[in-house]
Design a protein around this ligand. Structure first.
Ligand code: F0G
Length: 355
């Protein structure tokens, strides 16, 4: 049977191989990640009097942006003869590592902070066969342990300190530039371990060097107020936020985030949990389901608008890092219960006030 034609190569390694550290012998471990939609937001655009585009990274194969870096990190680990990978995670990295390691036939060990990983992410890591350890400690402690494991034992570390992760993730900036025909004026996103803002800034700079865009964006990153070490300029020993994905007190790519913000004319700031929750609800109201951490960028954008810091008519890319289905517990805790009724149309219509 003839295969359907596809509109070009799938997966970020095949699509961008000339711009990634791969050779003819690099195996390609892929789930066709990337090529995510850039959705125009009518609601946010009118609110902030600018053009707001949402880069919906929740539509990657495992439901977060991590897949872009993981396809490359796992492919390179396989090329280098590694048989096992390890990562510390607030959830999404472990879900992605577990899926790509399963595909590559590699062992995957993950260390997660006990009680602070959303259910969907934990389910993913378990279903894909990772060896999951809930440590009695936070993400920063898990990160230290995985660093030691990779230095002293035959595990390849696939956290974003692995340079291939950032290389893979920079392709999201390429896609934004392709979709808009140039870089946005402002780029806003959440910041946790700070690998992703480092990656976007690299992607935009490369796109500029390649003349895909004549301009560069100002980069704005947002940490949760209770987990904002970069804003404070010091490690937060006991980070706290409802947005568990970015509950990080000592980010590995700290300097990358500072460099992105300062050299682009942007900033790293904090947003309150309350604002994150509001932004989460607002996105849901326009049909876009994200996890809490993903709403931090939107919360930050709204805060910037209130402070008069959004130039009227500017073009803004806002990254939505993970899918809302990752965290069904949070979603259900704030949503109304379904109504139990008889299987009777009149009863249902009466309840809808439409009888
Ligand atoms: N949004 C989501 C949904 C995340 O899962 C993360 C990080 C971030 C934003 C922040 O990105 O770390 O590159 O600044 N999650 C990591 C994990 C830490 O383990 O899944 P960052």
């Amino acid at each position: 049977m003839r295969k359907l034609d596809v509109a070009g190569p799938r997966g970020i390694i095949r699509r961008y191989r000339d711009h990634l550290p791969v050779g003819d012998d690099t195996p390609v471990v892929t789930l066709d990640e990337g090529d995510t939609p850039l959705i125009f937001s009518e609601r946010l655009s009118s609110k902030v009097e600018a053009e707001v585009w949402l880069k919906y990274e929740g539509l990657n194969p495992t439901g977060s942006f991590k897949d872009r870096g993981m396809t490359l990190a796992i492919s390179k680990a396989l090329e280098e003869g590694s048989q096992a990978v390890v990562c510390a995670s607030t959830g999404n990295t472990s879900a992605s590592a577990a899926a790509y390691a399963a595909r590559a036939g590699m062992v995957c060990a993950v260390l997660i902070p006990e009680g602070n990983v959303a259910l969907g992410k934990l389910a993913q890591a378990l279903v894909h066969g990772a060896k999951v350890f809930e440590i009695e400690g936070n993400f920063d402690q898990a990160q230290k342990l995985t660093q030691q494991m990779s230095e002293q034992h035959p595990f390849t570390l696939v956290n974003s300190v692995n340079p291939y992760r950032v290389e893979g993730q920079k392709t999201a900036a390429f896609e934004v530039v392709e979709a808009l025909g140039r870089a946005p004026d402002l780029h806003v996103m959440p910041v946790g371990n700070a690998g992703n803002i480092t990656a976007y800034w690299r992607g935009y700079r490369e796109a500029h060097e390649l003349t895909w865009s004549s301009s560069l964006p100002a980069m704005f990153g947002f940490q949760a107020e209770g987990a904002n070490p970069i804003v404070r300029g010091e490690i937060v020993q006991d980070p706290k936020t409802v947005a568990t994905a970015i509950r990080i007190g000592n980010p590995a790519s700290w300097s990358g985030a500072v460099d992105a913000a300062t050299s682009s004319g942007g900033r790293i700031s904090s947003v309150r949990d309350k604002e994150i929750i509001e932004a989460y609800k607002g996105l849901a109201e326009e049909g876009v389901f994200v996890e809490l951490a993903s709403a931090a960028g939107v919360a930050g954008l709204l805060e910037m608008h209130r402070a008069g810091a959004v130039p009227a008519g500017s073009t803004i890319a806002c990254v939505l890092t993970g899918h809302g289905l990752k965290d069904p517990d949070w979603a259900m805790s704030t949503a109304p219960r379904p109504r139990k009724v008889e299987a009777d149309i009149e009863v249902i219509l009466a309840q809808l006030d439409m009888a």
